[in-house]
Design a protein around this ligand. Structure first.
Ligand SMILES: Nc1ncnc2c1ncn2[C@@H]1O[C@H](COP(=O)(O)OP(=O)(O)OP(=O)(O)O)[C@@H](O)[C@H]1O
Ligand SMILES: [Mg+2]
Length: 374
């Protein structure tokens, strides 16, 4: 029997639970042509949510173009992927794609490569000196295709914060924004993690993408939802877990989507018929062990002060870290120093600030840290 718990890839059908409110809101945005910005910490379920809603909305009249910025290192590469994916998503066969290449490019000559498997190996690329002058033609391509085919297009761009690695990120954002804002048939859903960077891109008045659309902060999936999800999945696969143990799984990992699935998976594997407290405890140890290499590496890269800062948080100091008492206790030196340490840890994505309090971002790293570092 296969494990009913999935992690490490997007889930959209059986593995997916709840998010009823978010599905409704995102779906309404897709249907009513509102641009969306979706932000959450790593592994809470952005990609899964967008996939789920895309699957529900896509039709002959509404096409979805999916782009992941994670592997894209330059503006040039972005144009290549945007053109390729748009043409693929708006036509059904190779002939249609080739026809689109002939029809829609006026000032640019696309280079087309087709491999043995056209669906996988179809790719358009450009000479940089041509797009440097005519990049607008590529940014306008989706709108032109949509108008010609009388369809709508929703372009979903994952890991959007990754544009920071481009040579001139600000100029690039200005280019996108100035074209995108005029488009009638094309909408955008931009999503990513790294809270501080996404906030910077979308919440600062001076930035090109300020007030570009509906900014959604994904929240955790409710505890009650996880409990019934876990209990049901065990039952469906001929095993048993009671609500209290299911709750304990969700609570241990603070309702973090990825870790709830991972820990549930381990408990499920360790359970022959009925999950027990002992099985749960062993499973938590397995979980820590499976993640230990990563956590050890992250921890080795910390300065002494950063370690002490995490120690303070792990010991329950979530606010007032620059108070005289705390500075003395943990020997941070000055309050300016505390600020510096905090920013460094935020940049490393180890901590986050919520309502003036500081927390670990990764709940399992926190568990591991408490157990093995302090
Ligand atoms: N609605 C959901 N129901 C059940 N599990 C979910 C749900 N959303 C996410 N998960 C779990 O969390 C994992 C991470 O989800 P996903 O990749 O969608 O998150 P993400 O926010 O896009 O992550 P990343 O920061 O890595 O891009 C999934 O593999 C799955 O195990
Ligand atoms: Mg993702």
């Amino acid at each position: 029997m296969k494990s009913p718990f999935l992690f490490g890839r997007t889930v959209s059908a059986e593995g997916f639970t709840n998010r009823v409110k978010e599905i409704k809101r995102l779906k309404a945005n897709f249907i009513h042509q509102v641009n969306t910005i979706l932000i959450s910490p790593r592994r809470w379920g952005k990609s899964s949510l967008v996939k789920k809603v895309s699957d529900e909305v896509k039709s002959r009249a509404i096409r979805i173009v999916q782009i992941d910025l994670l592997g894209i290192r330059s503006e040039e590469e972005f144009y290549k992927v945007l053109a390729t994916e748009t043409i693929k998503a708006t036509g059904n066969r190779l002939e249609e794609w080739l026809h689109a290449c002939k029809t829609f490019f006026k000032h640019i000559t696309p280079k087309i490569s087709v491999g043995s498997n056209p669906v996988e190996d179809f790719e358009i690329s450009f000479e940089w000196h041509e797009i440097e002058k005519n990049y607008k033609e590529i940014l306008q391509l989706p709108e032109m295709i949509a108008a010609a085919k009388k369809i709508r297009i929703i372009i979903c761009i994952d890991e959007f914060q990754n544009l920071a690695v481009f040579r001139e990120p600000l100029l690039f954002q200005k280019r996108l924004r100035s074209e995108w804002q005029h488009q009638q048939r094309v909408n955008y859903c931009l999503y990513g993690s790294q809270h501080h960077m996404m906030m910077e891109l979308f919440e600062r008045q001076s930035m090109p993408f300020y007030k570009f659309g509906d900014v959604m902060y994904l929240s955790r999936i409710d505890r009650a939802e996880w409990i019934s999800f876990i209990v049901d999945k065990f039952r469906e696969t001929g095993k048993k877990i009671d609500a209290a143990h299911a709750e304990s799984i969700a609570q241990t990992v603070q309702d973090h989507s990825y870790y709830v699935q991972q820990l549930s998976h381990i408990v499920w594997l360790n359970t022959e018929k009925v999950a027990t407290t002992e099985i749960l405890e062993n499973s938590v140890n397995d979980l820590l062990e499976q993640n230990a290499i990563l956590y050890t590496r992250d921890t080795e890269e910390l300065s002494t002060n950063q370690l002490l800062f995490l120690k303070a948080i792990a010991e329950g100091v979530h606010k007032g870290l620059s108070s005289i008492k705390t500075i003395e206790k943990y020997r941070f030196g000055t309050s300016a120093n505390v600020l510096k340490i905090k920013h460094a840890l935020m940049k490393k994505e180890l901590i986050e600030e919520r309502g003036g309090n500081v927390y670990f971002i990764d709940p399992v790293y926190e568990l591991w840290f408490r157990k093995f570092v302090i």
